[in-house]
Each structure stands twice: as structure tokens, then as C-alpha cells.
Write a protein of this length. Structure first.
Length: 133
């Protein structure tokens, strides 16, 4: 048996279990290492939001933000958070939730073509130490 470090859930025998979901931690499986994380709450006109990481390579990034929904009428900010990257194109509108990853920074953009420039959008991001590939 390969040696590992495990923390099992209550009622699970840590020495004989074989189902990964029975453990809070099992070092046989890779873990993403967080470099940095944060939130943003900014005006639509202030995008893109730039976050410097200075890792010197393209890291794996997860970004979530509120969705801009026109629902056939006036655009509104929903209470739902969607993972980037999304780009929807309608007949006369575009919806964007995009994170660009660079070797030293990320740029977060959220917009909709007819949303008012004073609209505030909330979101959060994680930058991992693991490179994209």
C-alpha cells in the first residue's frame, strides 16, 4: 500500500476506505495550492479589474461574478454568481464575464452592452500556484 496522509470523515475507517469522498483530505490526490484570492465590487465603467500576481508564469485561475441579465428589458445585476468565462451574443447585445491570464497579472472584465455605467458588480477570484499547463 502506498503511504499517504488521510483525514477521514466520521465513521470511516481511515486505514481501509477506498472512496475518495470518504475523506476530508487524502494526499494521494493532488491539491491546488492557493497563491492569492480576493473579492471585487466595482462599477461597470471601471472594468477591467487588474490583479497582479507576479508568478512569472500563467497560473490556474477561477473567477466568479454576478451575472448581468436583461431578461428582455432593462439590464439588471442578479444575485447569482457565475464562473468566468462566458460570452453571450444576442441580436443586439453582448454579455461578457471574462478573465484574461497573463504571466504577471489577471484582468477581470464583466459587462453587458447596454448596462448603465454606474452599475456595481461583485465577484471573487482565486489564483493558484499551479501553472495552466
Amino acid at each position: 500500500m502506498t503511504q499517504t496522509f488521510r483525514v477521514s470523515k466520521p465513521g470511516i475507517d481511515v486505514t481501509s476506505g477506498t472512496v475518495p469522498n470518504n475523506y476530508y483530505l487524502d494526499l494521494i490526490y493532488p491539491l491546488l495550492k492557493v497563491h492569492s484570492f480576493g473579492t471585487f465590487n466595482t462599477n461597470v465603467a471601471s472594468f477591467p479589474v487588474t490583479v497582479n500576481h507576479n508568478l512569472g508564469y500563467y497560473p490556474f485561475v477561477l473567477t466568479f461574478s454576478q451575472f448581468l441579465d436583461s431578461n428582455g428589458g432593462t439590464p439588471v445585476v442578479t444575485n447569482e454568481y457565475y464562473q468566468h468565462d462566458w460570452f453571450l451574443r444576442g441580436a443586439s447585445k453582448e454579455w461578457i464575464g471574462q478573465t484574461k491570464v497573463f504571466e504577471n497579472k489577471i484582468e477581470i472584465n464583466v459587462s453587458q452592452t447596454d448596462i448603465a455605467s454606474g452599475t456595481s458588480i461583485k465577484g471573487f477570484y482565486y489564483i493558484f500556484k499551479d501553472p495552466i499547463a
